[in-house]
Design a protein around this ligand. Structure first.
Ligand SMILES: Cc1cc2nc3c(=O)[nH]c(=O)nc-3n(C[C@H](O)[C@H](O)[C@H](O)COP(=O)(O)O)c2cc1C
Length: 192
């Protein structure tokens, strides 16, 4: 039986090497809000291994608060250039601050300053305020290495099901659903 995590990695590698995809690591993370409504938004997938899928964000953002209330999440990838859709359902848990630090260091200085200058998901009075906040933080930061703020971190999503859809122009898409049964992945096909 093919391990779906290995299959995922090979699809992601293929997507990353495709010149046609500008954001091959973009993934829609769906959470459940406080009123029970689903809420989806794209983030960057940072890494994947046997234990799950990692993305980083502001822990006080809407998605951060949703996950702390309800760890059930969905991940959806669509790589048009290679014709794959991948859906993952799973449970999210926060990664350690030390692991988050490692990802923080890979971010550009501008991205780090943006994070410091924003309260992600909070209301903003005007677009100009956003630029002012950014410039204010930039002006006051002398550090060569900007330290990671406490409320920036990441989540790892442990998969409970993974579905690969191979897109066919004929609409006879091939859908392979992987679910773990007694610690082993089982695959079943679904009608398109
Ligand atoms: C391609 C793409 C990648 C993004 N990557 C991230 C990311 O890695 N982390 C993040 O917090 N927001 C990222 N965003 C912004 C989110 O989509 C979203 O607007 C933000 O995280 C606030 O979401 P929330 O209010 O639902 O928590 C990205 C947006 C796009 C379009």
């Amino acid at each position: 039986m093919i391990n779906p995590m290995i299959k995922f990695k090979s699809c992601w590698d293929e997507a990353k090497s495709s010149l046609k995809l500008k954001h091959p690591s973009a993934v829609c993370v769906s959470t459940i809000d406080e009123y029970g409504f689903p809420s989806g938004r794209f983030v960057d997938l940072k890494s994947v291994d046997e234990s799950g899928f990692i993305f980083c964000t502001n822990l006080d953002s809407q998605k951060g608060r949703d996950i702390q209330r309800n760890p059930k999440v969905g991940l959806t990838f669509w790589w048009e250039a290679i014709g794959y859709q991948v859906r993952v359902n799973g449970l999210a848990s926060q990664i350690s601050s030390i692991t988050a630090e490692k990802y923080w260091k890979t971010r550009s200085r501008n991205a780090q300053i943006t994070t410091l200058s924003c309260k992600q998901s909070q209301p903003l009075l005007s677009e100009q305020d956003l630029y002012n906040q950014f410039e204010e933080v930039k002006k006051n930061i002398q550090d060569t290495q900007i330290p990671k703020p406490e409320n920036w971190g990441g989540f790892i999503v442990k998969p409970m099901s993974i579905e690969f859809l191979t897109f066919k122009e004929s609409r006879l898409h091939i859908r392979e659903l992987y679910t773990p049964i007694e610690d082993k992945w089982q695959m079943s096909l679904l009608q398109p």
